[in-house]
Design a protein around this ligand. Structure first.
Ligand code: PLP
Length: 438
């Protein structure tokens, strides 16, 4: 660590960055300052960190002018020491709260044992997690681990295409997808994403993706046929503005896939891992997909993705067909196992109750600019009657509440699943004020 910047937190939650010692590495054995010297080290402010970020990072995100340095449960602190209620949770990813003690312990324990081995070898946390995930679904009995949602979707697309090749129907390449969907930014997932604004300027994209309107059973029925390789959909469209499908739609997709021999691929990257009140959103419907992608909340904020698939599909991925160096990393899978234990130890029931409370609070905001709400469990959207969403986000942030805008009229809320009732009530009050002031 000689010459490195170590971070530690003061009682006031401000970020103390230990600057490299002058001459570190020559005179000092550890490279860290003594306790006394630490007291003199410079406090980094939001402004300084934002400026440094702007100087060296790609400017591809609409990053808020706030540097977060610490989290605990539903709360986060910025570098100036300001405290926020976090109702976006790393975009539906901090599933069991910031710095969750059980996940932290699992990480520490695994960090003492083994950080990385690659898939040249078996690692215990990966096997343990695969056992838990496959036990939790009725039909998906094999797991392939990767590191993100887009990778899990790439894996599903490849698996579906390869299945038909192996089964003597290489001409079945068409993947049916949905307008306004979102599946990720790598080229395959991007080709499957029904939002042209994300695709423009990155062509040529992989071929064979066809789009229909989400929720329109007639369009889907017309589009599925002997050329269809797979139907790929979200059980609720997250990035489209938290849009659930009509009742019975997933069952219709299942019926058409089964009838035509197409593979039903569910993207549960945003909706999975308890977010909607069931472990997986499709479990609200009784429909079983042929394969499913998960990421985001699966490891509470550690990077991890997974594709789960039916045994007969999984077997077409023979050695060498698909791979990931970091996939199933011991730290990430150990964290995810702890998350699974929490979800199955009573948290799902809490999400159902908390989701109802949040829905009730959002639908009764006292401002004419609030035009209702929608969503499932703790993935919800406040709808606005005017084009104010980015302004509402800024006002909420000023008031100490973090939320996210989708377009101009949707505010997305996805707090940690551990959020308390009083935190929901407080967030609703702050949001009401933010909407009024925007
Ligand atoms: N699929 C869905 C439904 C998503 O919401 C997202 C991200 O928002 C992705 C895939 C991509 O996930 P990642 O950003 O981890 O690649």
């Amino acid at each position: 660590m000689t010459g490195a910047r170590g971070a530690l937190l003061s009682g006031s939650s401000q970020l103390l960055l230990l600057l490299p010692e002058r001459g570190a590495g020559s005179g000092s054995r550890s490279g860290f300052r003594s306790g006394r010297e630490r007291l003199n080290c410079r406090l980094m402010t939001n402004q300084e960190l934002v400026q440094r970020a702007q100087a060296v990072l790609f400017q591809n995100y609409r990053t808020q002018p706030v540097a977060l340095v610490r989290g605990e449960g539903t709360w986060v602190w910025d570098a100036d020491g300001k405290k926020y209620l976090d109702f976006i949770g790393g975009i539906a990813t901090v599933s069991v709260g910031h710095a969750n003690a059980r996940v932290r312990e699992a990480l520490f324990e695994q960090a003492r044992l083994l950080w990385h081995a690659s898939n040249l070898y078996v690692t215990e946390p990966q096997v343990r997690l695969a056992e838990k995930l496959t036990k939790a679904t009725a039909t998906l009995k094999r797991a392939f681990f990767c590191n993100s949602g887009t990778e899990a979707n790439e894996a599903m697309i490849k698996l579906a295409r390869h299945h038909h090749v192996v089964n003597g129907q290489p001409e079945r390449i068409e993947i049916l997808c949905f307008n306004n969907s979102f599946h990720g930014r790598t080229l395959g997932s991007l080709a499957a994403t029904g939002q042209p604004k994300y695709q423009q300027g990155f062509g040529p994209l992989p071929q064979g993706f066809r789009f229909v309107d989400y929720g329109d059973a007639t369009q889907l029925e017309r589009a599925v046929g002997p050329q269809t390789c797979a139907v790929l959909l979200e059980p609720l469209q997250g990035e489209a503005g938290v849009v659930p499908p009509p009742q019975g739609y997933l069952a219709k997709v299942r019926e058409l896939c089964t009838k035509h021999g197409a593979i039903m691929l569910l993207d549960e990257v945003q909706t999975g891992m308890g977010r909607t009140g069931k472990l997986f959103a499709h479990q609200h419907t009784g429909v079983e997909p042929d394969a499913m992608s998960l990421a985001k909340g699966i490891a509470g904020g550690m990077p991890l993705g997974v594709m789960l698939a039916r045994e007969d599909l999984a077997k077409v991925f023979t050695p060498g067909t698909h791979a990931s160096t970091f996939g199933g990393n011991p730290l990430a899978t150990a964290a995810a196992s702890a998350v699974m234990d929490l979800l199955q130890g009573g948290l799902l029931e809490h999400v159902q109750r908390a989701g109802e409370r949040l829905a009730g609070r959002l639908s009764s905001l006292k401002t004419p600019r609030a035009a209702g709400e929608r969503g499932m469990g703790l993935l919800r959207a406040l709808l606005l009657s005017e084009d104010l969403a980015p302004k509402v986000v800024a006002q909420a942030r000023e008031l100490g509440l973090l939320v996210n805008a989708i377009g101009e009229r949707v505010i997305r809320l996805a707090p940690p699943l551990t959020v308390s009732e009083s935190e929901i009530d407080r967030a609703a009050e702050l949001l009401e004020t933010a909407v009024s002031r925007a």
